[in-house]
Design a protein around this ligand. Structure first.
Ligand code: DAH
Length: 360
């Protein structure tokens, strides 16, 4: 058994001195590997007499367990030391301020659409939608603009391509959000209160026109809705939207095929030193078109004009965004210039609400 004691001290010594995982693995192989010294010794047990085996067996097993434990302990110690070493090099100060990261902004058009939606939702209007590629029936006929009507020419319409030999009227890029009136009437019937914000298209391009722009349509239908309701609704809207206590609107008689009577609406304002002020001054600025829904339009939407009536209006979203936020050139809205977007854009966190403030 002297033998075992010396094997034990030799390997324990080697384990203690192993200074790398590789060195430790060599010690393990030499002692406990298939052909390791202790393994070979265990194999010899078979050749012993039962008495010898009774002595040597437990001793060898104990040796094996002890060396194995020593190997594991040393391995863990080496790993701990390696980790400590690495952590020294990879030290990180978690108290440092975070690196600034550029965040995107909400486009003024999106912001204003959210503002409109919040204001009109508060007055009981829900949001309706329609396609941007629209049939000529929805865009024109259903709105009381028959094919020969001069208003069709005024709309500078983009027509969709037709297959050769197809003589049905071509679809159009909708020239206004008014077709959503018809779709909402067909889908929901009366009574009805909706707004429909969205993109519209006309073949036009200068400082105040872009081929794509945005409108919001409003439509309220009930049994006894009158022009007075229209006026109140628009005044409330302007007060909330421009965030002023007083607004004054002027209704000018006008003509739209889909309303009778029709009015264009101006808002009282002043221009001082290039600064626009809403609600005061001696100037008037046109902001929208409106009127009482034409009986033929109600009919096209499947609503009986003998029972129901209502008002409608259409506002240029980009235009009121320019007015509210002092943005001088419409074309810049759609250039995707990051500097412009950072300057005029809104924080994604400033969601407009009536209670919390509209423009963040
Ligand atoms: N659709 C008209 C346009 O694009 C705007 C408009 C005028 C809409 C009067 C209406 C309305 O709903 O009643 O020029």
């Amino acid at each position: 058994m002297d033998d075992i004691a010396s094997i034990r001290s030799r390997y324990l010594e080697q384990v203690a001195q192993a200074d790398s995982p590789d060195a430790l693995e060599s010690v393990r192989l030499a002692a406990l590997g298939k052909k390791g010294e202790i393994s070979l010794k265990m194999r010899e047990l078979g050749k012993m007499t039962p008495e010898e085996r009774q002595q040597a067996g437990p001793a060898l097993n104990a040796l094996k367990t002890e060396i194995d434990a020593a190997l594991r302990a040393r391995k863990a110690a080496l790993e701990d030391a390696a980790l400590d070493e690495r952590l020294k090099g990879e030290w990180l100060d978690v108290t440092l301020p975070a690196r600034p990261r550029r965040m995107g902004t909400i486009h003024p058009v999106s912001q204003v659409m959210d503002e409109l939606t919040a204001i009109f939702a508060d007055m009981g209007f829900s949001v309706a939608e329609g396609p941007q590629v629209e049939s000529d029936w929805y865009n024109f006929d259903a709105l009381n603009i028959p094919p020969e009507h001069p208003a069709r020419q005024e709309h500078d319409t983009f027509f969709m391509h037709r297959r050769e030999g197809d003589n049905t009227p071509p679809h159009v890029l909708r020239t206004h959000t008014s077709p959503v009136q018809i779709r909402a009437m067909q889908d929901q019937g009366a009574p009805l209160r909706v707004i429909a914000p969205g993109r519209v298209y006309r073949m036009d391009m200068d400082q105040t026109h872009t081929p794509m722009f945005h409108q919001v349509e409003g439509l309220a239908i009930d049994r006894d809705i009158s022009m007075a309701n229209l006026k109140w609704t628009l005044e409330e809207f302007c007060r909330a939207f421009f965030e002023v206590d007083h607004v004054e609107l002027r209704f000018r008689a006008s003509h739209f095929p889909f309303t009778e009577p029709s009015a264009e609406v101006d808002i009282r304002c002043s221009w001082q030193g290039g600064q626009l002020k809403i609600g005061e001054g001696d100037d008037w600025m046109e902001i929208l078109g409106s009127g009482m829904v034409h009986p033929k339009v109600l009919q096209a939407g499947g609503i009986d004009p003998n029972e129901w009536q209502g008002f409608a209006f259409g506002v240029g979203i980009d235009r009121i965004a320019m007015l509210k936020y002092g943005i001088p050139d419409l074309r810049t809205f759609f250039e995707g210039d990051l500097r412009w977007l950072r300057h005029y854009g809104f924080s994604a966190l400033s969601v407009p609400t009536l209670a919390g403030g509209l423009s963040g």
